[in-house]
Design a protein around this ligand. Structure first.
Ligand SMILES: Cc1ncc(COP(=O)(O)O)c(C=O)c1O
Length: 388
């Protein structure tokens, strides 16, 4: 049987909550959504939460509500999911791709500062793979240059900087509840807002220009970015078990790290020390992630490569985005990172199989290297002349 890269943990409580919602005969956005918003606000420690259909639309909504649009630039790390950048492009503004820290993959503050221009209106720290960005330095930078801060905390549930939850530092924080996140609603997203007036603007934006439904007077322009109570019901059940989910994620990473300690040619990323870490997946760094991934695939083990650098995406061109400095660390991370199967139901036997296969591949590579049989490792992109 194939070992999956990830699968959500859904159980009886999710079924009960969905059944309750069906019995209430109210499946569009309603009481369950309000309940999830209240629970989330309490969990992350922010004043208001506004649910939206997914993390990408959360980012898009946040930028639009802050008035970001054509002619504006937004600093985005080069190493993140495509949605962080597409949300900017779809407002008509241009993402400016800045390099990331070589260790944790989070936005490098000096690279962000070097990427600013007179058009920069906002900065988007993305808390990648379950670790916080350096929010103290990012907030200081934003203050210095009078920038909006839209935090992409899509992968950040449970993650803190110091003792403050990510997504609550900037003007608006954005979360995703896609199936591979710490908790899921299938598809889903949330806006975290501390300012009441800004939160109301988010509600106008998502609810066709009204604060409440049931009225046909629309004081503002707005989209329909509502969710369904069926999704919220799943979220309520999931969030009630967040502590257990986080504990399991950490245990899984510890078990892999212990088992893979000493494996040749393999590095296990350290925590950056900024606060609570919630491993998004169990990640390793090797010199041939593609070869290892294909080898594991032949043994029915699914893995996932690290993010492909945004400035190299075919759809992010000089017409709709900007690169002022070559994002070297983003390229390096892509060329070395691999995510191992990290489903919370992974058994000890499965974990052992994954690690045994990794060891087999890495020891064989080491033997070939010492016999001089490995071709010189060459970066896929470093020589690309089209890069700045
Ligand atoms: C860092 C990051 N930003 C944004 C998103 C977009 O979220 P969604 O898939 O809910 O649109 C994701 C989702 O995978 C993500 O990982």
């Amino acid at each position: 049987m194939r070992i999956h890269e990830f699968n959500p943990r859904l159980g009886k409580t999710e079924m009960i909550k969905v059944l309750e919602t069906l019995q209430d005969n109210w499946i569009t956005e309603g009481e369950k959504t309000r309940q999830l918003e209240t629970m989330l606000a309490e969990y992350v420690g922010c004043a208001r939460v506004v649910m939206v259909p997914n993390g990408t639309l959360a980012l898009f909504a946040a930028l639009k509500v802050l008035g970001i649009g054509p002619g504006d630039e937004v600093i985005v790390p080069d190493f993140t999911f495509f949605g962080s950048a597409s949300a900017v492009v779809l407002t008509g503004a241009r993402p400016v791709f800045a390099d990331v820290d070589e260790y944790d993959g989070n936005l490098a503050v000096d690279a962000a500062e070097a990427s600013l221009s007179e058009h920069t209106r906002a900065i988007m720290p993305v808390h990648i793979y379950g670790q916080s960005c350096d929010m103290q330095s990012i907030m200081a930078l934003a203050e210095k240059y009078k920038l909006y801060v839209v935090e992409d905390a899509a992968q950040g549930l449970g993650v803190t900087f110091g003792d403050k939850h990510v997504g609550t530092f900037g003007h608006i924080g954005c979360m995703s509840f896609f199936a591979d996140k710490a908790i899921t609603t299938g598809e889903g997203g949330a806006l975290l807002v501390n300012d009441d007036e800004l939160a109301d603007r988010c509600v106008y934006f998502k609810n066709q220009g009204r604060l409440k439904r049931g009225s046909f007077v629309h004081p503002h322009m707005g989209y329909n970015f509502r969710i369904t109570d069926l999704q919220a019901a799943i979220g309520v059940a999931q969030l009630a078990r967040i502590d257990d989910i986080i504990r399991r994620k950490r245990l899984l990473r510890d078990a892999y790290y212990q088992r893979l300690d000493g494996c040749p040619g393999l590095r296990l990323p350290d925590d950056n020390g900024f606060g609570e870490v919630v491993p998004f997946r169990v990640n390793i760094l090797v010199d041939d992630p593609q070869g290892l991934s294909e080898f594991l695939d032949r043994h029915a083990i699914a893995t996932r490569r690290y993010f492909y650098p945004l400035h190299l995406q075919p759809s992010l061109t000089p017409e709709n985005s900007v690169v002022r400095q070559k994002p070297i660390n983003s390229i390096r991370l892509f060329e070395s990172g691999l995510m191992l199967p990290s489903g919370l139901d992974l058994t000890e036997t499965q974990l052992n199989k994954v690690c045994t296969c990794i060891e087999e591949y890495q020891y064989a590579r080491e033997a070939s290297a010492s016999a001089g049989l490995l071709p010189q490792q060459k970066s896929t992109f470093t020589a690309d002349a089209s890069l700045p």
